[in-house]
Design a binder for this molecule. Structure first.
Ligand SMILES: N[C@@H](CCC(=O)N[C@@H](CS)C(=O)NCC(=O)O)C(=O)O
Ligand code: FES
Length: 157
């Protein structure tokens, strides 16, 4: 079964109706249960088994991962058109992409918003610097600023 978010979000498939999106459209919310899909993009820093605060986790994420994206879904299966766009732009470059799925953790979602003081997702950080969302990343791609920002990041293996 399919459900769409205002023509922007991608169709989502699942058996459980659990969430509603930004536009108020209820949709089927699951992420891939293939563990390899998640691990490909897992940040160096893990949330599990940690007693540090979420703000510390985010700070560590953006320090340890040169290109870090907080998004809806995962890079292999974005669950929103904005997150999908940001991933597709960043994947034009030969750089490692680390991601966390904020749909899996409402507390992380709020902590990321507070950390960056930015109200929407996706949120992209490059070398610890908050860059912005998909529109900003796309614009930087088009102007050449993104290439410049990413140029000294070691390429993917
Ligand atoms: N201009 C932003 C728009 C992103 C956007 O509107 N995101 C919404 C819908 S996915 C959002 O994150 N809303 C807040 C929320 O879901 O908590 C971009 O291009 O990234
Ligand atoms: S626009 Fe609906 S979830 Fe992103």
């Amino acid at each position: 079964m399919f459900s769409f978010c205002n023509s922007i979000c991608l169709p989502l498939m699942s058996s459980q109706l659990t969430r509603s999106c930004y536009h108020g459209m209820r949709y089927f919310a699951t992420v891939s249960n293939d563990p390899d899909t998640h691990d490909d993009f897992k940040p160096a820093n893990k949330l599990e088994n940690s007693n540090i605060s979420l703000a510390d986790v985010i700070e560590q994420d953006v320090k340890d991962n040169p290109v870090m994206i907080y998004m809806k879904g995962v890079p292999d299966f974005p669950q929103c058109g904005f997150s999908s766009l940001a991933v597709r732009v960043l994947q034009q470059y030969d750089v490692p992409l680390s991601a966390r799925n904020i749909l899996e953790d409402p507390e992380l979602k709020n902590a990321v918003k507070a950390f960056s003081n930015w109200p929407t997702f996706p949120q992209v950080f490059i070398k610890g610097e908050f860059i912005g969302g998909s529109d900003i990343v796309l614009n930087m791609h088009q102007t050449g600023d993104l290439k410049e920002k990413l140029k000294d990041i070691t390429s993917k293996q």
